[in-house]
Design a protein. Structure first.
Length: 143
């Protein structure tokens, strides 16, 4: 079974993308578009303050008629961020995301963010685990 640590090692980029809580939402959205990511961590130095997603932007800026250039990230970010340790399995992380209706999970070890996994990362790992199990069972049955 894949652990989140394994998933992070297999990701092509180990970079942790973040913005400051005082950045404008416009700058954060531009950054997300440039990096081709759907959510960005909100960090104050090494401390995780929140996460801002495309969903936060749509619901808290666009639908409320706010101006992206005048709104600060801290005003729309999700501050009650769920995190997971790297020992978490892909299935456990996926269950947490499904229960909480979110698509990105920061991975924290010793109070430090070491990466982020997306729902796509976890689904791919679970599918790979299931394929491996099926292969093992087929080999066992065919002896």
């Amino acid at each position: 079974m894949h652990s989140v640590r394994q998933i992070l090692k297999e990701k092509t980029s180990g970079t942790i993308w973040s913005v400051s809580p005082d950045d404008s939402v416009l700058d954060a959205i531009k950054f997300m578009a440039e990096k081709r990511i759907g959510a960005v961590l909100v960090m104050e130095g090494d401390r995780l303050e929140g996460i801002m997603s495309e969903r936060d932007y749509a619901r808290k800026v666009i639908l409320k008629g706010r101006k992206s250039a005048e709104t600060r990230v801290r005003e729309i970010m999700t501050s009650d961020v769920k995190t997971i340790p790297p020992e978490t399995t892909a299935q456990q992380g996926l269950a947490l995301m499904t229960e909480g209706f979110f698509r990105h999970l920061p991975v924290v070890e010793d109070d430090q963010v070491i990466g982020v996994v997306s729902i796509g990362d976890l689904v791919a790992a679970v599918i790979e685990d299931q394929k491996s199990l099926i292969d093992q069972l087929e080999r066992y049955v065919t002896g």
